[in-house]
Design a protein around this ligand. Structure first.
Ligand code: UD1
Length: 373
């Protein structure tokens, strides 16, 4: 490697779904002899939402921790921007690499896009091009704007190229690299299967359903949350339904005095990565409003029902095991979608979309090297 091939890449992560994406990229960068600097914004800060993932996935200690915590969208985004700017000025990397669609992603991309002509860096977005076409989702705003600000759009599946083209972003900025979440899934699957997660919870493989719930549209509104919890309870008449509770969901259940609706369910704290993977891998089916879990179930061949009106990951429906529950969500609709999902997905080796092969992080590093400094 010549000096001009050696890259300094500053990676930004802040919230739980970022951590499994940066882990393999940091490893691949370092294996390629590049410098990886990690900034943790602190958007997620609980032991279970953050530290457990760093330990579990062997992510190095962040070089910078911004400690921003919770706030309204404006406050959280502004705080990240304010604290990230001096870090970027001091580090002067060749690339700022942001992942996913959380507030930390957009905040860092925006700071970098404004400083890049001063300090000579560029912005790369991993998981570019996803669109739900629903501007009520904060993540949609983050996706569209981050892509607009990025010099290199690294896409997880081939179907998203048309979304980017439609927005007038030049095709030479776009590079298909595949799905980096699946890199982590593939390196952790054996370890996950070796944990005693199911025994500890008294569960038998394929004899329970796993659920996750945290989207504001499902959990911030009393009626929506009641409908979803009633749907899970309906499924729990058939098999145990295990629900690790996201802090946002827990807070709202308390606020709406809905504890009684949890009684039919097996409620857990948020799980570390490998335990969650073990839970999803062993489930008969998964009911979720998460983005990442739609992809993980497809990679594992586990039937998935998505508790949303649309998905930014349609490839998990066209090529995978996912389906949308009928909208608006009702207990009967959720139960019907669950029955359909279980009946229509056959056991056997999962069909994985192109580029969901465990090597996306290597292609990401290659793309950065090809794009140069
Ligand atoms: C964020 C992301 C979402 C992602 C989700 C995964 C945005 C806009 N949203 O949503 O895309 O799917 O993370 O979890 O960036 N909380 C804690 N402890 C923590 C983190 C959060 O108690 O470690 C509480 C906060 O106090 C807050 C609530 O959870 O009340 C929401 O946190 P926030 O980071 O604002 O958004 P999420 O709902 O987690």
């Amino acid at each position: 490697m010549t000096r001009s091939d050696h890259l300094k890449v500053l990676l930004v992560a802040g919230a739980r779904p970022n951590f499994m994406k940066i882990a393999p990229i940091i490893r691949a960068l370092r294996a390629g002899g590049h410098e990886a600097i990690l900034v943790h914004t602190g958007q997620h800060y609980d032991e279970a939402m953050s530290d457990a993932f760093f330990r579990d996935l062997d992510i190095p200690e962040p070089n910078h921790h911004l400690g921003v915590g919770t706030g309204t969208h404006a406050v959280q985004t502004a705080k990240i921007m304010e604290l990230f700017e001096p870090v970027l000025m001091a580090e002067r990397p060749d690339w700022v690499l942001v992942v996913g669609d959380v507030n930390s992603t957009l905040a860092a991309a925006l700071v970098a896009a404004k400083l890049k002509y001063t300090i000579g860096c560029r912005v790369a977005h991993v998981e570019a091009g996803l669109r739900a076409n629903d501007w009520r989702m904060p993540e949609e705003v983050n996706r569209v704007l981050t892509d607009r600000l990025s010099d290199l759009l690294l896409t997880p599946s081939t179907d998203v190229a048309t979304n980017i083209e439609r927005e007038g972003i030049p095709a030479d900025r776009v590079k298909f690299v595949g799905n980096v979440m699946i890199d982590t899934l593939m390196t952790q699957l054996e370890k996950a299967r070796g944990t005693n997660t199911l025994e500890r919870l008294g569960l038998r493989r394929r004899h329970y359903v796993a659920a996750t719930l945290h989207r504001p549209s499902n959990v911030d509104d009393r009626d929506a949350l009641a409908a979803v919890l009633d749907g899970l309870a309906r499924v729990a008449d058939t098999l145990p339904v295990v629900l690790p509770l996201h802090p946002r969901t827990r807070k709202n259940i308390e606020r709406f005095h809905m504890h009684a609706k949890l009684a039919p369910l097996v409620i857990l704290e948020p799980l570390p990565y490998t335990e969650m993977l073990a839970l999803v891998d062993g489930a008969q089916a998964v009911l979720t409003d998460s983005g990442g879990i739609q992809e993980e179930t497809t990679a594992l061949g586990v039937p998935c029902v998505t508790l949303r009106e649309q998905t930014e990951r349609p490839i998990t429906i066209t090529q995978g095991t996912n389906r949308l529950a009928p909208w608006p969500l009702t207990a009967t609709g959720i139960f019907g979608a669950y029955v359909d999902a279980v009946e229509s997905v056959k056991e056997g080796a999962p069909q994985r979309p192109l580029g969901w092969d465990g090597h996306a992080s290597e292609r990401i590093v290659q793309a950065l090297v090809e794009a140069g400094k």
